[in-house]
Write a protein that binds this ligand. Structure first.
Ligand SMILES: Nc1ncnc2c1ncn2[C@@H]1O[C@H](COP(=O)(O)OP(=O)(O)OP(=O)(O)O)[C@@H](O)[C@H]1O
Ligand SMILES: [Mg+2]
Length: 457
């Protein structure tokens, strides 16, 4: 927390109030005091608090009333109750009502300090996760593809611009980056009434692709017992998504090209030309231009498919998206598994942000699904993440673990470390870049450059 944490102390015993106020004041916290329930409610209504410490027995009510009032003002602020020796029952009741912890009188200064530190950490954790959740809701309201990184924002802009034009789009990206999602979004925004039809060119046996795409007439080949329309006809008025288009056999490529150029197809074995009105979106996780160079993909078809190219960057090149996506998937699986999962610990998020994600968003989703199934607490900890994620060097850790056998992502790790320090410096200087640069021992220009490069401006 960049500003001093704000604590409200509620106790009818004056010496106790003052003792806590002085003790916590010395720790650098901003402390306010109240002597009863009414005073506490007044204070809570007047200003925000990060932590409320309240006696259970008050002249005009109980600590539970204060807890309720605190919850109403700010559900994230934690509440610690003070109980007299021998009243364990009421302490349990308070915990059940949502208190974070309790202190039994008489208590030692160290005990208080520790409980307060932990309670404030909890407040910060809950707040951070709530902020992420809010951002998520805002993004989700605007569409179903998540991403706040500049590169994804740029992609969204381009996507929206081309969606309604009906031009042919080639979506490129590594496996699991969200190519199909983008294709569906293009269709959703296209205003076309017909269906979205997806076909994976790599999954259909070579001998069947032509009849799948264009249909066949009765008797065209053994087993063709009736006329059958192909996917082009099925997608008429809508969008045909040709996934892994790079796997389309060479001999079929001219037929696809003709369909695209003329807007007409012929069923296998047929003679009649059938007009089709189909918007083509194709996807590839391979270097299609490279395949053209090697003669495995026709150049003319490549240009016809690639009228507009949408390139989805790998997740490791847009690490800002990781927390958002992680929380999105956590919500999804917490609901599915009926688990009360609220978010991730800072450490777990750090590790996720530093991880390389060779399988991109799909890998992140699978990993969060697994964590949601394993985690017993409210926040996903490192223990529920796979070893490959958690054996990486922690960002900013002072002891470097050995390089794991599968190797590590040095660039990614350094970027994560850099990001954390930049955030810290800006936090501590309340966003004053000149001061932050000094703190980090770099020039103002260098700081600005780094912020820009990491999309932190
Ligand atoms: N930006 C995103 N926001 C939300 N979910 C996403 C995002 N990107 C990908 N996903 C999810 O990740 C999973 C993989 O996405 P998708 O199937 O679109 O990837 P792909 O690029 O087609 O992968 P492949 O090349 O392996 O077919 C899906 O469950 C998808 O919903
Ligand atoms: Mg796919």
């Amino acid at each position: 927390m960049s500003e001093a944490a704000r604590i409200l102390v509620v106790d009818d015993e004056r010496s106790m109030r003052e003792f806590l106020a002085i003790l916590l004041g010395r720790e650098g916290y901003a402390v306010e005091i109240a002597a009863d329930r009414a005073g506490a409610e007044g204070a809570l209504a007047a200003a925000p608090y990060d932590l409320v410490i309240t006696d259970l027995k008050l002249p005009d009510g109980t600590g539970l009333d204060v807890l309720g009032a605190a919850r109403q003002q700010d559900p994230d602020a934690q509440v610690v109750v003070i109980t007299a020796f021998g009243t364990a029952e009421s302490a349990v009741e308070a915990m059940k009502a949502g208190a974070y912890d309790y202190l039994t009188k008489p208590f030692k200064a160290d005990e208080i300090r520790l409980t307060v530190t932990k309670a404030l950490e909890r407040t910060a954790l809950v707040r951070e996760n709530r902020q992420l959740r809010r951002r998520l809701e805002a993004v989700e309201a605007g569409g179903e593809i998540l991403g706040r990184s500049p590169r994804m924002q740029e992609l969204f802009r381009l996507l929206e611009r081309v969606a309604s034009t009906g031009v042919t789009v080639l979506v490129q990206g590594e496996s699991g980056t969200g190519k199909e999602l983008v294709a569906r979004r293009l269709h959703a925004l296209s205003g076309r009434d017909g269906p979205f039809v997806a076909v994976n060119c790599a999954a259909i046996p070579e001998g069947l692709i032509e009849s799948e795409l264009f249909g066949h007439v009765r008797g065209a080949f053994t087993g063709a017992t009736a006329d059958k329309p192909g996917l082009f006809e099925e997608a008429s008025g809508g969008t045909l998504f040709l996934d892994e288009v790079g796997e389309l056999p060479l001999h079929l490529q001219p037929k696809l090209l003709r369909a695209l150029q003329e807007g007409r197809i012929k069923r296998v074995g047929g003679t009649r030309e059938i007009p089709v009105d189909v918007r083509i979106v194709s996807a590839t996780n391979r270097d299609l231009a490279g395949a053209v160079g090697e003669g495995r993909f026709r150049e003319d078809l490549y240009y016809r498919l690639n009228v507009v190219a949408l390139e989805i960057p790998p997740l490791r090149d847009r690490r800002e998206d990781i927390p958002l996506l992680a929380l999105h998937f956590l919500q999804k699986y917490a609901k599915a598994f009926d688990r009360p999962l609220k978010g991730f610990t800072r450490e777990a998020l750090d590790r996720l942000e530093a991880y390389r994600f060779p399988g991109n968003v799909r890998e992140l989703e699978n990993l969060v699904e697994r964590a949601a199934a394993l985690e017993t607490g409210e926040f996903v900890t490192c223990d529920s993440l796979p070893p490959a994620v958690c054996t990486q060097a922690p960002a900013g850790g002072d002891i470097l673990p050995p390089i794991p056998s599968e190797g590590l992502d040095l660039e990614g790790l350094l970027t994560a470390v850099e990001r954390r320090y930049l955030e810290q410096a800006l936090d501590r200087t309340r966003g004053n870049k000149t001061e932050a640069a000094k703190l980090l021992g770099v020039s103002f220009r260098s700081l600005r450059y780094r912020l820009e490069r990491l999309g932190m401006k």
